[in-house]
Design a protein around this ligand. Structure first.
Ligand SMILES: Cc1cc2nc3c(=O)[nH]c(=O)nc-3n(C[C@H](O)[C@H](O)[C@H](O)COP(=O)(O)OP(=O)(O)OC[C@H]3O[C@@H](n4cnc5c(N)ncnc54)[C@H](O)[C@@H]3O)c2cc1C
Ligand code: SF4
Length: 320
């Protein structure tokens, strides 16, 4: 690891100033410190943001909840009201890594984590995402990669919380150039759809302050399938949120993770599910719509039946 300065920011304004041109915000460090050790990311200064005031609160509300960017994933998992009001978010948090990781990892860091593509994470490989010339995964081992992409990079978004928050229609509040900017989850990742070097839409210096989650959908669920029971990312994940009126889905949103550089959503699937009772035929057609146009790589076609199963199971959980 190369030497760096370590400073602690005491206000959001000073955090941006302290960052300078080659600094990185440090929250729990689970992602950033690994990248620094492996020489994937360079930083001459780490700006510790853990002491920033007010970003470590969970604030319930009648219309929406606010969850600060420094709230740990364990706090989200363990919050008794989140378990009741946003069960899908609770489930997504509970599936992150391991207890030790969840104790330290923050909401903001989870949303801003970098690609897990093993070529990207290899210190000696300069792939397209690291501004090299080619994507090694396309001709290589792409078993964990995407089924959809808008550019050459096939590395998918792997943040559990991003997928659950997408289904819940959450908004990220980001401090950019001194102004608070509201970004939907789709906007928070949209740059990664087109741009192979992007992991998300955040610009250098952007600071996620909090997310706001509307309470309008009373039911939510999140499921994933991983190779290992713990300490592992999902192969595919699925989140759904809706209301249920007389057994029929209302205001449905479904999002899939680990199959696209952005949380995968299909408006036609959400529209199709509107007002439907989620029986087998309905769920199968919703899965058809969600996975239409999927382009499996040489080693990841298994993700399609896995995603179909998760879509069915997750939507069924909304009835529970
Ligand atoms: C073994 C292992 C298994 C894992 N499994 C999963 C999994 O199953 N699902 C999953 O979702 N994740 C998983 N993770 C990833 C883990 O959840 C993230 O690394 C962690 O959430 C990052 O949070 P952090 O606070 O430690 O971030 P840091 O490492 O401190 O920061 C990560 C990045 O985000 C930036 N950042 C941090 N906070 C902010 C902010 N407020 N605003 C703007 N930028 C910010 C940092 O500059 C850095 O670039 C796993 C990690 C490990 C090591
Ligand atoms: S998928 Fe993306 S991150 Fe992985 S090798 Fe290709 S360009 Fe690099």
């Amino acid at each position: 690891m190369k030497p760096f300065e370590f400073v602690t920011a005491l206000s959001t304004e000073s955090a941006r100033e302290l960052l300078g041109p080659k600094g990185q915000y440090l929250a729990g460090g689970n992602d950033l410190l690994g990248r620094l050790k492996d020489d994937i990311t360079e930083a001459t200064r780490l700006v510790n943001i853990k002491a920033l005031p007010d970003l470590n609160r969970i604030e319930p509300g009648a219309d929406h909840w606010r969850i600060g960017a420094l709230v740990t994933i364990a706090q989200i998992e363990d919050h008794p009201e989140i378990r009741k009001v946003f069960p899908g978010l609770h489930q997504a948090a509970a599936e992150v890594g391991s207890q030790q990781i969840r104790n330290v990892a923050t909401l903001g860091g989870n949303l801003a984590q970098h690609s897990r593509c093993w070529y990207y994470r290899h210190r000696d490989i300069q792939c397209l995402k690291k501004r090299g010339r080619i994507c090694y995964a396309i001709e290589g081992d792409n078993r964990y990669h995407a089924l959809f992409t808008g550019n050459v990079c096939i590395s998918p978004v792997v943040s559990n919380l991003a997928i659950a928050l997408t289904a819940l229609d959450a908004t990220a509040i980001v401090l950019r150039d001194g102004q608070e900017r509201r970004m939907s989850m789709a906007e928070l990742y949209e740059l990664a759809w087109d741009n192979p070097t992007a992991h998300h839409s955040l610009r250098p210096g952007d600071l996620i302050l909090r997310v706001e989650i509307p309470t309008q959908r009373r039911r939510s669920a999140y499921l994933q399938i991983s190779e290992k029971h713990a300490f592992d990312w999902a192969l595919v994940s699925c989140a759904a949120a809706a209301n249920l009126e007389n057994g029929r889905l209302r205001n449905v949103r479904v999002a899939l993770g680990c199959i696209s550089p952005v949380p995968h959503q299909v408006a036609a699937a959400n529209q199709f599910l509107e007002g439907k009772a989620p029986d087998d035929d309905v769920l199968d057609h919703a899965a058809d719509l969600l996975l239409a146009g999927a382009e499996p790589q040489t080693h990841n076609a298994y993700k399609i039946p896995m995603a179909r199963a998760l879509i069915r199971r997750t939507l069924r959980q909304l009835q529970a």
